[in-house]
Design a protein around this ligand. Sequence first.
Ligand SMILES: *[C@@H]1O[C@H](CO)[C@@H](O)[C@H](O)[C@H]1NC(C)=O
Ligand SMILES: *[C@@H]1O[C@H](CO)[C@@H](O)[C@H](O)[C@H]1NC(C)=O
Length: 246
Amino acid sequence: MMSAPFLVTLIFLVLPPLLTCVNVTPFPPDGKPTVALLLMVRDESHNLRTNLPLWNAPDSAAPFFDAFVIAVDDRTIDDTREAIGEITAGTPTHMFDYTFEGFGPARTLVFEETWKKFPHITHLLVGDPDWKPNLSLINKSDLDEEHHTYQFKIWDRNGVTTRNCNWLMRNREGLHYDYYVHEFLRFPDGGPFVEDQKNLAWEVAEAESDSSWHQTVGHGDKKGASRTFKRFLFDISLLLQEQEDP
Ligand SMILES: *[C@@H]1O[C@H](CO)[C@@H](O)[C@H](O)[C@H]1NC(C)=O
Ligand SMILES: *[C@@H]1O[C@H](CO)[C@@H](O)[C@H](O)[C@H]1NC(C)=O
């Protein structure tokens, strides 16, 4: 028989970790994870039409993503909204316009909208329309209940270098991104923490397209516009804005 003081101590030891997990989406009884793709897009009709369908294996009856949350930059001038309507047909989709005020704030808004519309979805992938997935390495069963973030590999546009990314996570309330440029993922409890991360074999490859927002904005009229001088000036303007932001 445990003594009362010991029990009280035990309860306090157990409570704090439980409390921090309150707002994580529970895993479904069938043990099957569900994934929402979160995107923010501007003049990405071409990339969306080319790359999004690649996630669905030809031999699979069910589409890879269980939901889409897509924020469309209100300066979009191509047929991005029509493309999204066509590609996401049959899958629960929340598409909305937003006014760009930095990458971190925009992606945080997408998290907030996701939590409002799809709180039951177990995992979120914060992606880019120019990603081509390598389906031979991507297996939804790799996503579990215990881990908070999942690391995967992104091949850079040059096709040679790679970087690791943890923008795949359990769905929870209060997810947000810090910073206007090179946004950084944050959890309400101070995470994500490395010990809660699972390293996946998943890989995606960034593909440069000559018809994306870099062209309509005027970052350059040839291939490689995402790495042009004008694009870097754009990033610098955001960094300066961030510096002034109290
Ligand atoms: C996908 O990954 C496999 C295993 O690393 C590799 O052999 C294959 O070339 C990759 N496919 C593409 C399209 O990159
Ligand atoms: C995906 O992973 C599960 C669990 O590890 C495994 O049973 C299944 O065969 C894998 N699917 C493919 C296509 O590799």
